[in-house]
Design a protein around this ligand. Structure first.
Ligand code: SF4
Length: 333
């Protein structure tokens, strides 16, 4: 017999099941017409899943459309030089995803059939594919009965299965998500739950009156304490130099904390330099919120490796979004 701590009581699970047809009907009428939802091949689904991690959908759409024109299949992506892939990814952030996607394409074209496997366990052995992404690809592109358990699904299920104003532990919600996936249309089920979390069951102010599950949801009138899936970001300080001379900019490929490997960067130091700051920017990086003060200088930092580049060269190389924004604000590059 399972304990209450590891398994939600049957009535709660049954109640959620009863609401699912309403959820599916709501999804069919309200889903956003996202480009990767038409013809969800394994490749299209994988690219969308990689791009959407940590990034707003509205930001992803133009990148996704351009990507599909440039790299329409695994083989074109696998053969492309990595610098070209980075350029296509510039501005999306979290460049590790581009690296993983490239490695994934190279792994896929070596597989028999030159396609992703359908099994979630086999998918997780490939570069960059974790539990959530494997479930999303397996269910959406292959119709496999696998859960896609992300932050949105955790929040929706946490609220639907709340008891006495408290949510269940994350591991319990993960196993509930697995049991709820139907064998018919598992991709639709997973996308409907994620879409509800993205559009209606919002983190701070859920739109309960518009929710198809409001009649069976114990949280519709009594929201449980928030599920904290992400810790607050840690503040970090840094100083960005903008070495500028005779119309050229000096760029490096080294960050003191080994960020953005393979990209071109304005040199960054961890202690304030002499002189007056030009501006200050803030940007998120993984679990950090970085506060960076920018100084325009004539010289690069002593002993740093890098080179002077013309504006045309700066336009051709890939820079992380915060550094590109600094140059854009000065009309450079
Ligand atoms: S009724 Fe409210 S809290 Fe419950 S699932 Fe719907 S939006 Fe979320």
């Amino acid at each position: 017999m399972r304990s209450q701590a590891t398994s939600p009581s049957l009535p709660i699970e049954s109640k959620i099941r009863l609401g699912l047809p309403k959820l599916y009907a709501w999804y069919r009428n309200n889903r956003r017409p996202l480009p990767w939802r038409t013809h969800p091949t394994p490749y299209r689904t994988a690219v969308a899943e990689f791009m959407c991690q940590q990034t707003r959908i509205a930001t992803v759409i133009p990148y996704y459309l351009r990507w599909m024109r440039t790299f329409p299949d695994w083989s074109r992506l696998a053969r492309a030089p990595f610098a070209r892939i980075l350029r296509a990814w510039e501005g999306l952030g979290y460049y590790r995803r581009a690296r993983f996607l490239h490695s994934l394409a190279q792994a896929v074209i070596r597989l028999p059939g030159k396609e992703l496997p359908a099994d979630p366990g086999a998918l997780q052995k490939l570069p960059g594919i974790g539990d959530y992404t494997a479930g999303a690809i397996a269910s959406i592109a292959f119709g496999k009965t696998a859960p896609a358990f992300d932050g949105n699904v955790a929040r929706v299920l946490g609220r639907l299965a709340a008891h006495s104003g408290r949510t269940l532990p994350l591991a319990t919600l993960r196993s509930l998500a697995g049991r709820l996936v139907p064998s018919r249309h598992p991709g639709l089920h997973n996308q409907a739950l994620m879409e509800l979390g993205a559009l209606v069951c919002l983190p701070k102010n859920p739109r309960c009156p518009a929710c198809p599950l409001r009649n069976t949801c114990p949280s519709a009138k009594n929201l449980p304490s928030t599920l904290r899936l992400k810790p607050s970001p840690t503040l970090q300080r840094e100083f960005i130099l903008l070495p500028k001379r005779k119309g050229k900019i000096w760029l490096t490929q080294h960050h003191p904390q080994a960020r953005w490997r393979g990209l071109h960067l304005l040199p960054t130091i961890m202690r304030p330099p002499a002189g007056s700051p030009h501006t200050e920017i803030r940007y998120p990086f993984t679990r950090y919120l970085v506060r960076a003060t920018v100084f325009i200088t004539r010289n690069p930092p002593a002993k740093a490796s890098g080179r002077w580049m013309s504006s045309a060269e700066v336009r051709r190389v890939t820079l992380p979004a915060p550094h590109r924004k600094i140059l854009d604000s000065l009309g450079i590059g």
